[in-house]
Ligand binder design. Structure first.
Ligand code: SF4
Length: 615
């Protein structure tokens, strides 16, 4: 119940597919989606495998609540060994693709091997086909989506595809579903490209059954009311999207600016949610046209935007005059504050290209930011960049870079390898704002101390979504903690990591946790799924998942030495704002964190911890 009980396994090398029963013992221990697919990955691949080799696997996985009437029950994840990091990768996305996969009858699809020629996978209930895709190879995500729907004469298909970035193995390429929802981080798109798989197109006509329908309806209805009554999920996110954070984080002195040389951006308002709603241009239309919801979501934080047709980026390109996925906070930060660019239309255009070509805007923007510092430092010159003047604040440098990177040509190819490789190549590894090779997102750990530990210990490389302590440290959810102190942050980070691992495995969106605690989530899972699902069990499942991911990384060659932050954050004090004079105190938090986790001082789970978690 809630699980479909069936996996689709597709071997691209052999051009064959088969179904098999879902391992229900594992489902009880890992729930679904992130946790359950990670268990399959860990059991099935060599942790030292080259991520872009046929030996790596790519898993599209849903959670038990995906496709149900629970609010935000539209999520799925892509799990693999990450191309950017070499660590375990799990990228979560919304839209409609995940529910459709369940309606076709599958909890997950495990992709193996490598197709000899480009193909796409068509799943229409139990009719599964690998279809030749040379006609759409080289096309954008948007073109591929339209071509596949046209070929099947079915506009209701839901498609997850790579753009040219994934085809060209840009190391932070992503997988885009439903045109502008992304499994965004760690280079899952490059893994898909390495398999010569352009897209997975799904159409299902079934449904999802739950254990106790009456109890499930009550639990989900009660929980929806909690979302509606909450100021963040009921008002802030629908009206402003995640962009509600831009001015808030800037005022907190935690907005990484110009490659983290500053913590406040003088142009923050120009690229904020408030600016997106302001009329501009000849027609006085705002950048933001409307909000949009993923499947079944009662929050609707998505943004639908339009570039001003008079803007230099699109003035001669009417193909970009349509409305599409607008700026989320992380993208606006990476394309804007990180590069010092305050031109909202340039950012929106760059975001469109990221969606069209399948690029992670966080890693892209942060890599351009590092390249700008290399350029201003003289470590790279216009001769190396093909004439591109990579100056902080240059909208033209940003928009030209985004046009180059997906093609992986010239300097675009170097940008496509991420900031760690770029900065190492040009002799300044200290300019790379990364952890485990992944660019960190939109919160400066000098101004929000817990985020330093979050980035340092995140299993997929620097990430805000593994333990969003911003909720507590800035927003006071579930209770306010001081963002400038390290005391208590080890326990806070562990608690957020364990709870988030469970939520990411359920089929629900982590944004619900601005309003919901596990007390709201457990009854929804318990009434839908076989077994007894209490908050304690969810926390145990979350902790088990965290340790499973850690074991994979340790076996892949990561050590405690990789639980670190860029030196800039540990040595160069914040220059302004509430955190002025502060560095991040990772050294004070990390030992306590290892202890609370039940790990050795080398960051390895002890036998006692493994035994307690049945690992
Ligand atoms: S809260 Fe936003 S991201 Fe999450 S499911 Fe709803 S619309 Fe999608």
């Amino acid at each position: 119940m809630a699980w479909m009980g069936q996996i689709l396994r597709v071997n691209l090398t052999e051009g064959a597919s088969r179904t098999e029963p879902l391992n229900m013992d594992w489902a009880q221990k890992y729930l679904g989606q992130r946790g359950l697919a990670s268990k399959y990955l860990v059991e099935e691949i060599d942790p030292k495998v080259d991520p872009l080799s046929p030996g790596n696997k790519l898993i599209f996985a849903t959670g038990p609540l995906t496709g149900t009437c629970a609010s935000t029950g539209g999520r799925y994840s892509v799990i693999t060994k990450g191309a950017l990091t070499g660590a375990i990768a799990c990228s979560n996305s919304g839209g409609y693709f995940g529910p459709e996969l369940k309606y076709a009858g599958y909890d997950m699809v495990i992709i193996e091997g490598r197709a000899p020629n480009p193909v796409y996978l068509s799943i229409i209930d139990d009719k599964v086909e690998l279809i030749e895709a040379s006609d759409i190879w080289g096309k954008s995500v948007w073109e591929a989506d339209a071509a596949i729907k046209s070929k099947h004469q079915d506009p209701m298909m839901h498609i997850a595809a790579i753009g040219i970035a994934g085809e060209n193995h840009v190391l932070y390429s992503c997988i885009i579903n439903d045109l502008h929802r992304a499994a965004g981080r760690s280079g899952v798109g490059a893994v898909m490209g390495s398999k010569n798989l352009k897209a997975v197109a799904v159409r299902g006509t079934g449904g999802v059954k739950v254990k106790d329908l009456k109890a499930f309806m009550k639990a989900t209805t009660d929980a929806k009311k909690v979302l509606a009554d909450n100021a963040v999920t009921g008002q802030g996110l629908p009206a402003y999207g995640t962009q509600v954070l831009m001015n808030v984080i800037n005022e907190a002195g935690a907005l990484p600016t110009r490659n983290s040389r500053d913590v406040q951006f003088e142009g923050a308002h120009d690229i904020s949610a408030e600016a997106m709603a302001e009329p501009r241009g000849k027609d006085h239309k705002p950048n933001l046209l409307t909000n949009q919801a993923c499947f079944g979501c009662t929050i609707a934080c998505g943004r639908i935007s339009k570039v001003n047709e008079e803007h230099y980026t699109v003035v001669n390109k009417p193909e970009y005059w349509h409305a599409s996925g607008g700026l989320e906070y992380e993208a606006a930060w990476a394309l804007g504050a990180a590069t010092g660019v305050n031109d909202l239309d340039a950012l929106t255009y760059a975001n469109f290209i990221c969606n069209e070509q399948g690029l992670d805007p966080i890693s892209f923007g942060a890599t351009v930011s590092a390249a700008m510092e290399l350029y201003e430092n003289g470590a790279i010159t216009a001769a190396q960049t093909g004439g591109l003047e990579l100056k902080f604040g240059s909208a033209e440098a940003l928009t030209k870079s985004v046009e180059l990177v997906g093609k992986a040509e010239g300097f675009g190819k170097e940008l496509g390898e991420g900031s760690a490789r770029l900065c190492a190549k040009y002799g300044h590894p200290e300019f790379s704002m990364t952890v485990k090779g992944q660019e960190f997102p939109a919160y400066d750990p000098r101004g929000i101390q817990g985020m330093g530990l979050t980035y340092a210990t995140a299993n997929r490389g620097a990430c805000h979504l593994r333990s969003y302590t911003v909720a507590s440290e800035i927003m006071g959810i579930p209770e306010k903690t001081d963002p400038l102190v390290t005391d208590g942050k080890a326990g806070l980070v562990k608690a957020f990591q364990d709870a988030t691992s469970a939520v990411d495995s359920s089929g629900l969106c982590v944004f619900t946790t601005f309003a919901w605690t596990l007390e709201d989530i457990a009854p929804q899972i318990d009434s839908a799924c076989e077994g007894s699902w209490t908050t304690d069990k969810l926390l145990e499942v979350g902790e088990r998942i965290w340790n499973l991911e850690r074991q994979f990384n340790n076996n892949a060659g990561f050590t405690a030495a990789d639980d670190k932050l860029p030196e800039r954050l540990l040595r160069d004090a914040a220059k302004s704002g509430p955190a002025k004079g502060k560095v991040n105190g990772l050294d004070k938090m990390l030992p306590e964190y290892y202890q609370l986790r039940g790990w050795t001082t080398e960051g390895v789970p002890t036998n006692e911890t493994l035994s307690r978690l049945q690992l």
